[in-house]
Design a binder for this molecule. Structure first.
Ligand SMILES: Cc1cc2nc3c(=O)[nH]c(=O)nc-3n(C[C@H](O)[C@H](O)[C@H](O)COP(=O)(O)OP(=O)(O)OC[C@H]3O[C@@H](n4cnc5c(N)ncnc54)[C@H](O)[C@@H]3O)c2cc1C
Length: 1004
């Protein structure tokens, strides 16, 4: 199979203007979609479904009673997501109490589902009676009562889950399918016995994180295909049951960045499934996943299609799903048709609207992308669906369209369109959804319907269940509105063919619009157009040499900076802020160039480089805004005849000493804050990364910082840094680096005569993550791998100590071991690299010495493979230790220490506090009150719940610790600038010249 090395984009740019894309989709649609006719068809379906509402225990009923926007609905969803996987009684009780305790299930309200309400109310009443207030100790009696409530809740959630899962095993699911088919055929009185009902089975589970997971899914898919094939008794994939597969389940690194491995490892695996499916002539459909895999998925389709064309040219059952909510959906259809035609195949295409809309929006905002890859109005997705349907039908020679939707209006419009063209097609629904509407649709026996049927055990269904709860519960969802009788039928079936006049969600650049600040723009590394400038810049970068300063240079620079301080301090605040904003814009324009430098000088991976340049841009804009908001002169109250004002101004020459691990972001943040407050700045970058600093200082000068207000003094900390700190003219020091050096600086400053100057120190930490047994192991492992190993563990915020509850420790540790094996440790300039080298030979030796010690004293969990010969690579590694107190020092590299815990979580946080550091903490739990309790007890600056614990964002997660981790105030936070200022209270006796004129004039 060919593996395209440098692929060209098949699809247009994902972030084109939404309304322009819509205009293109609308062309010709009005002539092909007869919406009034669709409404005439759909209205009786809707009426029939509403006349015969779902039973009280059905999902729709539940979500109508307790929408997910309510505390009760959210509680139900969160219990559904977590409770079934919790292994120990204490945690299950705490979780149930936590979630049920928040909700007010009201039996007295009556309503159509009184019985459910009263059932829930008794559960709540019981839980409130028996469950402890907090998740701390509860007496035996109480616990017995609590366990009863938990058992009932578990049972309720199992029943909830069963609505969406056809069977626990493929055998059970096929049995259910056979029964459903039979019931349907007899209801239809089908003369042929063909009910028109088909199934596509889906084996449930989270995406694979390890090779073992992937192989387990492969075996499960294979088993399912063999079972489906053995039971098949009809000809052709259209009439037979089939299978749906997720590529992310078959390979833990199904990502654009791992293209090479996708072709070498995933494709052969998919081929193992294709062979038996093709031999049995059944439908095998590849599910659609997130948008950053869209191009890749088409490359995979192309490669597989050419192989199918050679091996199984007659097979017409290969297929994939296409999501209409993608702004590129129509071009995906065109591309699929092109691939099919080139290979002389007929493929099956399942058109869906898309299941990951919320995730797509969040990702785009987090990465500061140029726009959203999906539509931002629900009815735009509907328009796109109809446009794609039209395109699929137009390509009937190479595509068999399968329309998956529960929306009555969409179904009727599609059926109308297909019938008008005489096209072959089928409709599809998810098991447990849209049953009412399809009961009506299938009264027409000429319409074949396939049910997507998830198969799996309870523990595997949780993520799927939550997706469906969200889908059924979302206000915009058709299924939700159908069950809500307050939405009238006309509104329910309103034509979508009316594009909005503006976008539905402000673009990522406007994330901070409420504060007036522009968000920095990131790069979508999965988008070839966006990545190419970065690749070119990295290739073109040479790192300039920077001369060390001499002690004489320090002396001259300090004299110059002291002279420069007065005029710069007198420069109006607005102008100083404007300089920073110009610098931010210039940096944004030169992002690729700075990324090139960061890769070559600091050995950072591309993703880390982009994030770092963005952070520097954000610092400049944020401090410019903060200065204007906070450093203006404030009028103060006082007696008549007197004016009182508070003025803030620069302190003098500020010495800024920054580390190599964020040679641009931290360097820029310190300098920007000091400058905008009115100080002149002596900037001392890390010895390892002077070139990034040089270029940024040049940029600041070009943006308007006077030559005498900022000087770059490169050289060793022991000499240049020490001389700067010791200089009598130094009015303040801002330092980020090790605790040991911070102490040295502190002592030097203390020994000096003259003014006592402030020190802002941001130092390291033994950062911990506490995982309890309600956490989702896959989410934990993702967070652990990113927090501990990204940037080769060379972040002050990096995870060093993982404290995992004994109830889930074995499985979490096993998954970490597997995930470590999948990491790519190599040259940071390569897109595929997850972990690059450590910064220098000293670091390399120090970290290796620590690892050698741990090999002798601790239990090795696992380590990443390293095959590259790139210098100074250290394999990310994890060890288990008996006690938290065994971790005594911060190791600034990709080394993770793991400790198990049991009992009360308060004891764990107490031990973490006792380490003395207080920088970052991760908490992984579904028990909200526990997360808040742990956070409140933690003497730690940045606490992250249920996510990774790195990558603090300026103005969003102000960053910095306490104790051994630093002095504060937090960088990127609202209190930072004050520490760079001196204050003056100006009081003027306005009555001095003979009397209080204002008072006498009545101006009081
Ligand atoms: C058989 C079958 C297979 C499926 N396979 C896949 C698959 O492989 N991959 C996948 O991603 N999904 C898949 N789905 C899930 C599918 O995407 C959802 O069930 C579907 O989106 C619901 O659409 P609807 O027409 O039933 O409902 P509707 O309520 O008419 O539409 C909901 C759609 O609108 C979107 N939406 C909501 N708000 C907005 C907004 N503000 N702007 C833009 N769009 C918005 C939602 O994301 C959703 O896509 C499958 C569904 C079925 C029935």
């Amino acid at each position: 199979m060919s593996s395209p090395h440098l692929p060209a984009a098949r699809l247009p740019y994902p972030y084109r203007e939404e309304l322009a894309v819509l205009a293109g989709l609308m062309q010709g649609l009005a002539d092909n979609v007869d919406w009034p006719a669709a409404v005439r068809t759909a209205r009786p379906w809707v009426q029939a479904v509403r006349d015969k509402p779902a039973p009280f225990w059905a999902m729709e009923s539940l979500l109508r009673e307790y929408p997910i926007s309510s505390a009760e609905g959210l509680a139900l969803m969160r219990l559904a997501e977590a409770l079934l996987r919790v292994p120990d009684a204490e945690t299950a009780i705490a979780l149930t109490a936590d979630q049920l305790g928040k909700a007010e299930f009201d039996a007295a309200s009556g309503g159509p589902h009184k019985m459910l309400a009263s059932l829930s109310a008794s559960a709540i009443a019981l839980s409130k009676k028996f469950l402890p207030e907090s998740d701390g100790d509860a007496g035996l009696f109480k616990r017995l009562g609590a366990q009863t409530v938990v058992a009932a809740t578990v049972r309720a959630i199992q029943l909830l889950g069963r609505q969406f899962v056809l069977g626990r095993s493929i055998k059970e699911a096929m049995g259910e399918a056979a029964a459903a088919r039979k019931a349907h055929a007899s209801a239809q009185r089908s003369p042929t016995g063909d009910s028109g009902l088909r199934f596509s089975y889906d084996m449930l589970g989270e995406g694979a994180r390890t090779e073992a997971d992937a192989l387990r899914y492969l075996a499960s898919y294979l088993n399912a295909i063999h079972s489906i094939a053995a039971a098949k008794n009809t000809a052709g994939p259209e009439a037979a049951d089939g299978i749906s597969i997720k590529l992310s389940a078959l390979f833990s690194r199904y990502e654009d960045a791992q293209r090479e491995r996708v072709f070498n490892e995933l494709l052969p695996r998919v081929w193992q499934l294709i062979e038996p499916a093709a031999r049995a002539d059944i439908n095998l459909t590849i599910d659609a996943e997130e948008s950053d895999r869209l191009e890749l998925s088409l490359d995979v389709l192309d490669a597989l299609s050419s192989r199918i064309a050679a091996a199984f040219p007659q097979w017409r059952g290969f297929g994939l799903a296409v999501q209409a909510y993608q702004t590129r959906a129509l071009q995906v259809v065109d591309e699929v048709a092109r691939i099919a035609r080139t290979n002389e195949l007929r493929v099956m295409v399942r058109l869906v609207k898309g299941a990951y809309w919320d995730g797509e929006i969040k990702r785009a905002q987090e990465l500061g992308l140029a726009g959203y890859p999906v539509f931002t109005h629900k009815h735009h997705t509907d328009i796109s669906y109809l446009a794609c349907a039209r395109a699929l039908i137009a390509n009937a020679d190479v595509i068999y369209p399968q329309f998956a939707t529960h929306n009555a209006g969409t179904i009727a419009a599609i059926i109308g369109m297909a019938k008008a063209k005489g096209a072959a097609y089928e409709m599809q629904r998810l098991h447990g959804m849209g049953e009412g509407v399809y009961r009506e649709v299938m009264r027409d026996p000429s319409i074949p319907v396939r049910v997507y049927a998830p198969v799996g055990e309870h523990r595997d269904l949780l993520a799927y269940l939550v997706r469906r709860l969200l889908e059924n519960g979302a206000n915009s969802s058709f299924v939700h509105q159908l069950s809500d009788h307050a939405v009238d039928v006309d509104a329910l079936l309103a034509s979508p063919l009316v594009p909005a006049t503006s976008v539905g969600i402000a673009p990522p650049a406007a994330l901070y619009a409420a504060t007036g600040r522009v968000n920095s723009t990131g790069v979508d590394l999965a988008c070839i157009e966006e990545r190419a400038p970065l690749d070119r810049a990295v290739a073109a970068t040479t790192v300039p040499a920077v001369n060390d300063a001499s002690p004489a240079d320090v002396d001259a620079a300090m004299a110059r900076l002291q002279r420069g301080f007065t005029p710069w301090n007198a420069t109006p605040l607005a102008e100083r802020a404007a300089v920073l904003r110009r610098a931010a814009d210039a940096l944004a324009a030169r992002l690729p160039e700075f990324c090139g430098l960061l890769v070559k000088e600091a050995h950072k991976t591309l993703g880390d480089c982009v994030a770092e340049v963005r952070e520097a841009i954000d610092f400049c804009r944020y401090y410019a805004d903060q200065a204007e908001a906070r450093l203006q002169t404030q009028a103060l109250p006082g007696p008549t005849g007197e004016s009182n004002e508070l003025h803030l101004h620069g302190r003098g020459v500020f010495v800024c000493i920054s580390p190599w691990n964020f040679p641009l972001a931290i360097f820029a943040g310190q300098i920007a804050a000091a400058l905008v407050a009115g100080n002149s700045v002596a900037a001392k970058p890390a010895e390892q990364t002077p070139a990034v600093a040089l270029r940024f200082v040049e940029l600041l000068h070009q943006a308007g910082v006077p030559a005498d207000a900022l000087a770059l003094l490169h050289g060793p900390g022991e000499t240049i840094g020490a001389a700067l700190v010791a200089d009598a003219r130094t009015a303040g020091v801002c330092f980020t680096g090790s605790t040991a050096v911070a102490r040295l600086i502190n002592r030097t400053l203390a020994l000096k005569d003259g003014p006592i100057v402030p020190l802002i120190a941001e130092t390291g930490g033994i950062n911990a993550m506490i995982v309890d047994s309600s956490a989702l192991p896959e989410q934990v492992v993702d967070a652990v791998v990113q927090s501990a190993f990204r940037s080769a563990g060379q972040r002050c915020s990096a995870l060093r100590l993982l404290c995992v509850h004994e109830g889930v420790a074995d499985s979490v540790i096993e998954m970490i071991r597997g995930a470590l094996k999948e990491l790519k440790v190599d040259d940071p300039a390569l897109l595929a690299t997850d972990v690059g080298p450590v910064i220098d030979a000293d670091a390399f030796e120090g970290i290796n010495a620590h690892i050698a010690r741990l090999r002798a004293q601790a239990t090795l969990i696992g380590e990443a493979p390293v095959s590259s010969t790139f210098p100074r690579l250290i394999a990310p590694v994890a060890f288990e230790l008996p006690r938290i107190a065994d971790v005594t020092q911060e190791i600034f590299g990709p080394v993770l220490h793991i400790v198990r815990w049991g009992g009360d979580v308060s004891a764990v946080i107490a031990q973490i506090n006792a380490l003395g550091y207080g920088l970052t903490l991760g908490i992984q739990t579904r028990i909200d009150s526990r997360a808040l309790r742990v956070a409140a007890a933690a003497r730690i600056g940045n606490v992250y719940v249920n996510r990774n614990m790195i990558g603090a964002v300026v103005g969003v997660q102000p960053f910095g610790g306490e104790g051994l981790s630093g002095t504060g105030p937090k960088a990127g936070g609202p209190h930072y600038l004050y520490r760079f200022c001196a204050e003056q209270a100006l009081t003027i006796n306005t009555a001095a010249a003979g009397g209080n004129a204002a008072l006498l004039a009545g101006l009081h």
